[in-house]
Ligand binder design. Structure first.
Ligand code: HEM
Length: 394
């Protein structure tokens, strides 16, 4: 298979058509150039078998990746290799236990109930993004932190702005916006930490500060880990929740299925994640010659592992563009939406629990879930994003 860039750019990252629906571009890539040397100078890997293998390959580095203006993320698990990654990940894992998730799901439930009580008393119309998914996930992550849920919309915006620079198609305008978002976050998080030092509690930020005092985390690691959890605490999970609601609205037969068949729920959530994968790619740097199919990628090259494409690969998922929550359990859960290997998502148990709280509560309380307007999208090549989804509950 060729690795040279053909005359036509097979992956036009900034093209609005591509951003609106990358699936046809991915299909062509998997067929014609599964290890594609993109004109911007990265290698793009699109087949499931290759992506699944590489994402677990410990010789690939994230520490050595040039994050550009997003460089502060190197102070978090996302930007570190072993042994620093192992140290930071242990600190996270000690906190994100299944028992803790059970408690946080109750916080999520209370938040969802409050929103839906208000909606039921009104005209039944709401924006599934800001009114429901963002509000409930943001309140939950703030509870986890041990802080009041303030500045929600600013945090949502700053997080989105940071995401602009995480894709290989980003440009100078994106970098400027991302730089400003880091400055905003930096100041906000430092303020929270100062407050926490004066008023300690039992939340995740307190846990980070204890680890810093014990010599296990640096000040930068505390600041940017807090930023990271603000971001992951609402970003992708919001997308999963909203896409699930959209599916229930567009395919009302799923309302009864989700309500009456609890055994179908994990398959439903996995199919939303597979078909509407929130983060379309993860990046790695080769540290040695790396053989991918017929191609040998030399050391020091950036690999873009297209998990969004892997999740639509017909060799792994028959009829890959069709939503089928009854795929065999192994097949539905083998999607790569949460990544895998040492950087596999640390919050996936929480994310699944939060999504299930929203879907179960909606189908138990309401008979109908309908679209009340057109969705608004804000997709980039890196992130699938819905900014508004008006719905009517009846
Ligand atoms: C639907 C929701 C979510 C999706 C699709 C998702 C997706 C991902 C993906 C793809 C990665 C791997 C990144 C890489 O390999 O470079 C990741 C890592 C991570 N996720 Fe999630 N995530 C979700 C929700 C959450 C939540 C709710 C939390 C915690 C509150 C969380 C915390 C993390 C952390 C800390 C990492 C870094 C792990 C590491 O590098 O060791 N995520 N996530």
């Amino acid at each position: 298979m060729t690795t040279e860039a053909p005359a036509v750019d097979l992956l036009p990252f900034r093209d609005p058509d591509y951003r609106a629906n990358p699936a046809p571009y991915y299909a062509r890539l998997r067929r014609e150039a599964p290890v594609y040397r993109h004109p911007v100078g990265v290698y793009v890997v699109s087949r499931y078998a290759d992506v699944a293998k590489l994402i677990r390959n410990p010789t690939l580095s994230v520490r050595k990746l040039d994050f550009g203006v997003a460089d502060p993320l190197h102070h978090t698990v996302l930007g570190q290799d072993a042994p620093d990654h192992t140290r930071l990940r242990r600190i996270t894992n000690r906190w994100f236990t299944p028992k803790a998730v059970e408690g946080w799901a109750k916080v999520m439930q209370a938040s969802v109930d409050t929103v839906l009580d208000e909606v039921a008393e009104g005209d039944g119309v709401l924006d599934a993004v800001n009114d429901l998914a963002l509000r409930s996930t943001f309140q939950t992550i703030c509870h986890i932190f041990g802080i009041a849920p303030t500045r929600m919309l600013e945090i949502q915006q700053a997080t989105y702005d940071i995401g602009l620079s995480l894709g290989p198609g980003s440009d100078e305008d994106d970098w400027r916006i991302t730089g400003a978002a880091f400055e905003w976050y930096d100041e906000h998080v430092r303020g929270l930490i100062t407050h926490k030092r004066a008023h300690p509690g039992g939340g995740l930020i307190d846990h980070f500060l204890d680890e810093q005092d014990a010599g296990n985390m640096s000040e930068e690691e505390v600041i940017y880990s807090t930023l990271l959890f603000f971001a992951v605490g609402h970003l992708d999970i919001k997308h999963l929740i909203v896409q699930g609601i959209r599916h229930l609205a567009e395919h009302p037969e799923y309302i009864g299925i989700y309500r009456d068949q609890p055994e179908a729920r994990p398959g439903f959530i996995n199919e939303i994640l597979r078909i509407e994968t929130p983060e379309q790619m993860v990046s790695r740097l080769t540290t040695q010659d790396t053989v991918i199919g017929d191609t040998t990628v030399p050391a020091g090259e950036v690999l873009i592992l297209l998990i969004g494409s892997a999740n639509r690969d017909p060799d792994a998922f028959p009829d890959p563009d069709g939503f089928d929550h009854t795929r065999p359990a192994g097949a539905t859960s083998q999607h790569l939406a949460f990544g895998s290997g040492q950087h596999g998502c640390a919050g996936q148990v929480l994310a699944r629990a939060q999504a299930d709280v929203v879907f179960t509560t909606l189908v138990n309380r309401f008979h109908t879930i309908e679209l009340a307007g057109e969705p608004t999208f804000a997709h980039t090549e890196f992130l699938r994003s819905i900014s508004h989804l008006p719905i009517r509950l009846g």
